[in-house]
Write a protein that binds this ligand. Structure first.
Ligand SMILES: N[C@@H](CCC(=O)N[C@@H](CS)C(=O)NCC(=O)O)C(=O)O
Length: 261
């Protein structure tokens, strides 16, 4: 039986769950203890020394990083392929995934720092939110060009590119920044949400969102150190939030990537 370490709000875990559900592969879900605090341990840390979800366990095989997990799933269970057949279309799907996992994710992460973790209130918070809104609208324009006149980012059918975009569009929609329903991207979003794999995965995220109401207090008590890694740290600094980083360092409630051990 496949076990997936996850958090329902993690876009990276959502990609993997959608792929497993599209391929009808049975799996168990596990949420690592102390996920998000930098204090996780046990089997989870053995599976992913980065201390990040998702991590997939398949018998004695343990895999981390969502893209590598998706490739393992595609290799091991090739029926209902998620990747398109043509080399150019495969590269296109992977480029879309890369852009969403880095540029788009960092902006949604920034919005969660503002909304759930209350990192910057008042004028600085407003300025960072405006930046995020502009950046997401630009990404929606780019994604609309990638979609073109097709029904799916993958082309004629739902696949790798679509499950790579969906968690981020859904994530920013949760912050009130959604594509207009009458636009090609809005119509794609409605089509995608009608799929069982997507509806189930977003329902799990919705159930988890309510638990986020209390997390800012846990951060203030220093019990939770938010991970300010690579694209996320860059987003906060380049969007004008250097003071958020400095305050986080002073209050010891942010952290960077783990040492590898
Ligand atoms: N590149 C990784 C990124 C995974 C990642 O950043 N996961 C976040 C959740 S969205 C995490 O577990 N962070 C650890 C933490 O916040 O403690 C992937 O694609 O799987």
């Amino acid at each position: 039986m496949v076990t997936l370490y996850e958090h329902p709000l993690s876009p990276y875990a959502q990609k993997v769950k959608i792929a497993l559900r599209e391929k009808s592969i049975a799996f168990d879900l596990k949420m690592p203890d102390a996920i998000g605090s930098g204090q996780s341990g046990g089997d989870f840390m053995d599976a992913n020394p980065r201390g990040e979800v998702p991590a997939l366990i398949d018998g004695d095989v343990a895999i981390f990083d969502s893209t590598i997990i998706l490739e393992y799933i595609e290799d091991k269970w090739p029926a209902t392929p998620m990747l398109p057949a043509a080399p150019a279309a495969r590269a296109h799907a992977r480029m879309i995934e890369e852009v969403c996992d880095t540029h788009y994710e960092a902006i949604n992460w920034g919005l969660s720092e503002l909304t759930y973790f209350r990192r910057a209130e008042g004028p600085l918070g407003e300025k960072l939110r405006e930046k995020a809104t502009d950046q997401i609208e630009m990404l929606h324009d780019w994604l609309t060009r990638q979609l073109g006149t097709a029904d799916w980012f993958n082309g004629a059918s739902f696949g790798w590119a679509d499950l790579s975009v969906l968690p981020y569009i859904a994530g920013s929609s949760g912050f009130g920044i959604a594509p207009d329903a009458n636009t090609p991207l809005g119509k794609w979003f409605a089509r995608a949400r009608a799929r069982d794999s997507v509806a189930k995965t977003l329902a799990e995220a919705g159930n988890a969102a309510s638990a986020m109401e209390t997390v800012s207090d846990i951060v203030k008590q220093g019990l939770f150190k938010r991970e300010y890694r690579d694209h996320r740290l860059e987003w906060m600094i380049r969007s004008g939030g250097i003071d958020v980083v400095i305050e986080g360092l002073e209050k010891k409630n942010i952290r960077f990537s783990n040492d590898f051990k």
